[in-house]
Design a protein around this ligand. Structure first.
Ligand SMILES: C[S@@+](CC[C@H](N)C(=O)[O-])C[C@H]1O[C@@H](n2cnc3c(N)ncnc32)[C@H](O)[C@@H]1O
Length: 210
């Protein structure tokens, strides 16, 4: 195993788990994930951090995909702790291995920053949602302040390599609006105690529209 693959398998998942479970980030998850209802699909479910926030009484089934086998192990452990039957598959958002209109709700937290082709992933999210279904999102991305944006652009090439392909400059909520979703923003802002270049977040509900 080369150094890059060793890093990807052993260090990167730990870094992601640490950054993504920081206290302020967990507060934001708590504002979004409990809204999941019905048949739920989680995109990029690696690590399983969201499981503690799901309202089990509101959910009829849970499925998720992630390309990273090591991170999926964490999701399997979280599902066991939750005590629910989870349909977890290795896969990518660009080709979600589920049929059209299978789900009421897609949950997407800190994943659209990392996928290779966000436009294709959003098409897939739309495809698997039933009419009127919702995508709950919590993502970091392009900051509104020019100075922070400048740093995001400078840091992104190195950051991407260290953080599993994570981009700093994607305009997530705007992209969802242009991809056949009506976006109701629940919140946005810099995350306290996080570096501003990675700390600008938006969260909300994106409803599938015709
Ligand atoms: C920063 S982590 C966030 C994990 C989890 N969503 C969370 O909120 O803690 C980014 C996740 O996106 C996954 N990912 C990367 N590329 C992906 C793709 N093309 N399709 C689906 N998931 C992807 C990674 O494996 C990783 O689990």
């Amino acid at each position: 195993m080369g150094l890059a693959s060793w890093y990807e398998a052993n260090i990167m998942p730990r870094l992601i788990a640490c950054a993504c479970s920081q206290g302020q980030v967990m507060k934001r998850r708590a504002a979004v994930v409990p809204l999941a209802r019905g048949d739920v699909f989680e995109l990029g479910c690696g690590g399983g951090i969201n499981h503690e926030f799901y309202n089990r009484d509101a959910i009829t089934s849970y499925a998720g995909i992630d390309p990273h086998e090591g991170l999926l192990e964490g999701t399997r452990a979280a599902a066991r702790t939750k005590g629910w039957a989870a349909d977890l598959r290795q896969g990518r958002g660009e080709a979600i291995p589920f049929a059209d209109e299978s789900f009421d709700c897609v949950v997407c937290t800190f994943t659209l920053c990392s996928v290779e082709d966000p436009a294709q992933v959003m098409r897939e999210m739309r495809r698997i949602l039933r009419p009127g279904g919702t995508a709950l999102f919590l993502e970091h991305g392009r900051a509104p302040d020019p100075q922070v944006r400048g740093w995001q652009g400078r840091i992104e090439p190195v950051w991407k390599r260290l953080a599993g392909g994570c981009h700093l400059t994607r305009p997530i909520a705007t992209a969802l609006s242009g991809a056949g979703f009506a976006v109701e923003r629940l919140g946005e802002g810099y995350t306290p105690k996080a570096p501003r270049f990675a700390g600008w977040m938006k969260w909300g509900v994106a409803r599938k529209v015709d």
